[in-house]
Design a protein around this ligand. Structure first.
Ligand code: GSH
Length: 235
């Protein structure tokens, strides 16, 4: 049986089965990237709910695994050289899981790097910009009631990113063509999240991006995505 006592997070969220991947998350756009990938890969894992209502993500135990205090994070008891490894940042976790299994990432070097370009496009572009859009449009709308500039700036940047995706998906089923990869899993939960959590579909003019919307539906329609998008349960 694996010994995870070197990870203080396990004292607050104990592993029932320390031999399988431990996921610390919530079903947010960044969180579900990892649960969708784990489901798609068929890896055994145990999900621990990090309750934002309790500020769990800023607790010393959580910070011991992710000093940035944000979900998702994982421990894999069977990491490199058979030793346990802790990981944070959803993009890094996706790359790790894909490389561990040899799935959801092309094997050819050029296509592999191209996939990483799209993962980074999500991590540096779609996630932060859609997140800021949601903040000003939905969660802090009262704080910017007299100044529409912050919302407009992030709205316009989110729409520009959607148009990049729209072009990329012209004639392609997935971001990498026929192959469903971690680039898709990193990205479509954000487009869906802006619709579901921010009510942003109209203001972001989703109807203008039919390739993107068909791709979001294709992704969400996969059985693994249907399961992963609800993990961990919110209550
Ligand atoms: N770049 C990070 C972003 C993670 C992130 O922002 N997670 C959000 C949920 S989607 C979070 O934990 N928010 C809680 C907080 O900021 O306190 C990643 O992709 O893992």
């Amino acid at each position: 049986m694996s010994d995870l006592t070197a990870f203080p997070i396990t004292s607050r969220w104990p592993a029932k089965n320390p031999d399988i991947i431990q996921l610390y998350s919530l079903p947010t756009p960044n969180g579900v990237k990892v649960s969708i990938a784990l489901e798609e890969l068929g890896l055994a894992y145990e999900a621990h709910r990090i309750d934002f209502g309790n500020n769990d993500q800023k607790s010393p135990e959580f910070l011991s695994l992710n000093p940035n205090g944000r979900i998702p994070a994982i421990i894999d008891p069977n990491g490199p050289d058979g030793k346990p490894i802790g990981l944070f940042e959803s993009g890094a976790i996706l790359v790790y899981l894909a490389e561990k299994t040899g799935k959801l990432i092309p094997t050819g070097a050029a296509a592999r790097y191209e996939t990483l370009c799209w993962v980074m496009f999500q991590m540096g572009g779609v996630g932060p910009m859609f997140g800021q859009f949601g903040h000003f449009f939905k969660f802090a709308a009262d704080k910017v009631a007299n100044n529409s500039y912050p919302m407009e700036r992030y709205r316009d940047e989110a729409k520009r990113l959607l148009s990049v995706l729209e072009s990329r998906l012209e004639g392609r089923q997935w971001l990498m063509g026929d192959d469903y990869t971690i680039a898709d899993i990193a990205t479509y939960p954000w487009i869906e999240g802006a619709r579901k959590f921010y009510g942003g579909a109209d203001v972001l003019e989703y109807a203008r991006f039919p390739n993107v919307m068909a791709w979001v539906d294709r992704g969400l329609g996969r059985p693994a995505a249907q399961r992963g998008i609800e993990i961990p349960t919110r209550d």
